[in-house]
Design a protein around this ligand. Structure first.
Ligand SMILES: *Cc1c(COP(=O)(O)O)cnc(C)c1O
Length: 404
């Protein structure tokens, strides 16, 4: 592990396609919320693989379960019944109060399925050109349909023509939703993130979610809540919309559901559960035994170890520590989010912080140009949260001083 000669990480890979702005570091292994690079340097991981590594790294309960599964079956085919699909679906139904689940492998795939459900919902009731309400600053993925639903021009640039059939509105503004859809008989669904992730950690107000739920009921629209990033216990409830006491009709999941094993799911309530029939949708890898076992075990361990409660207490602790540290600091706009999904918005672009934090042994991300995002593993401790603040705060103050 401790190579005498440092391994130089190339700025650009000669063979991997150049689609990411990467830091010049490569990780070799991890333990809990800590990871080490190929040269043995340690980092505190406040990014969690972008809200994916629910149980941190090398979890003592998850690893043996996955090893057991790998030795039995990794993949079969949806030509056959896969009992672990039933097990995970039953659990997701119990936690969500919804009724049926389709499994896939990624977030965009889950959202793609949601978009298809909404369109077929429309066609089934005689709407030939169904339209879906989507949001400014939304992020739903990078397939052609999901990037069309996304509200970030940078994600869309160069990939037109976009998929049609989306109506865009601002967040937390019920009057805009009403006026943008007034007299439009083609609307079939409202599609939103309970807390926008890539868009800058922007929570939907609970009252707004309740108003949208009511409007969807009145108009016979599907309420589709993308919980790919904010779901799976991250905010302290299984799903972030549950803080508003509502239920969606369609709920795409992915990221944290398998603690790092690729997995996606679309959970549907009674209004959407029977729209698809055999032949309407499918996925080769979707629901394979390894991914399903990862989902089942992730949820089991979260329950056993009280990780929803941990997300609340450590999240509140982290938020309070950040607020304390940055109190009255000119250049700090807002600290937002819930549980272990937190954003610190500065008044200036702060992308440099990602590299500077890594130099100091902390992994974070910056999204929407000026929002520091923390979405660590749900096993993070208060002491680790304090450590995050201890590294981050001086870097933020220094950057704000430079840019003042
Ligand atoms: C990450 C993300 C997606 C896309 O997930 P992929 O697995 O990268 O396709 C979709 N929606 C939200 C809210 C996300 O955060």
């Amino acid at each position: 592990m401790n190579a005498a000669i440092p391994v130089l990480v190339q700025a650009a890979s000669p063979h991997v396609m150049n689609t990411y702005g990467r830091l010049p570091l490569a990780l070799s292994h991890g333990q809990g919320c800590r990871v080490w690079d190929v040269n043995g340097k340690a980092y505190l991981d406040a990014l969690g693989g972008i809200a994916v590594n629910t149980l941190g790294h090398n979890h003592a309960k998850l690893v043996p379960a996955l090893q057991d599964q790998i030795s039995k079956l990794i993949h079969t085919s949806n030509y056959y019944h896969i009992p672990l699909q039933e097990a995970l679906a039953a659990k997701l139904v119990e936690l969500s109060g919804m009724t049926n689940v389709f499994f896939c492998s990624t977030g965009l795939e889950a959202n793609e399925a949601a978009i298809k459900l909404a369109r077929k919902f429309g066609h089934d009731k005689g709407i030939d050109r169904p339209e879906i309400v989507v949001y400014e600053k939304a992020f739903h993925g990078r397939s052609i349909a999901t990037l069309s639903a996304t509200g970030n021009p940078k994600v869309q640039a160069g990939f037109g023509p976009l998929v049609e059939g989306f109506v865009r509105v601002p967040v937390n503004d019920i009057e805009s939703l009403r006026s943008a859809t007034a007299g439009n008989p083609n609307v079939v669904a409202v599609f939103l993130e309970a807390i926008q992730g890539e868009g800058g950690v922007n929570p939907m107000a609970p009252e707004y979610l309740q108003q949208v739920r009511q409007l969807c009921d009145e108009r016979d629209w599907l309420l589709m809540i993308d919980e790919v990033q904010c779901g799976m216990g991250r905010t302290g409830k299984w799903f972030a919309h549950q803080w508003a006491g509502i239920k969606p009709d369609v709920m795409p999941l992915a990221k944290g559901l398998g603690s790092g094993v690729p997995i996606g799911a679309v959970v549907a309530g009674p209004k959407a559960a029977h729209i698809f029939a055999p032949g309407n949708h499918g996925s080769t890898f979707g629901g394979n035994p390894l991914a399903m076992r990862a989902g089942v075990e992730t949820i089991r361990i979260m329950e056993e170890d009280g990780l929803l409660a941990n997300a609340v207490t450590v999240g509140e602790h982290l938020k309070a520590a950040l607020a304390h540290e940055f109190q009255g600091l000119p250049g700090l706009k807002e600290i937002r989010g819930r549980g272990l999904m937190l954003g610190v918005e500065l008044s200036v672009p702060c992308g440099e912080l990602v590299g500077r934090a890594a130099d100091q042994g902390l992994l974070i991300s910056v999204t929407a140009d000026s929002v520091i995002r923390m979405v660590p593993s749900l096993i993070m401790t208060r002491a680790e949260a304090d450590e995050v603040v201890g590294i981050l705060a001086p870097l933020v103050k220094q950057l704000l001083k430079e840019k003042a």
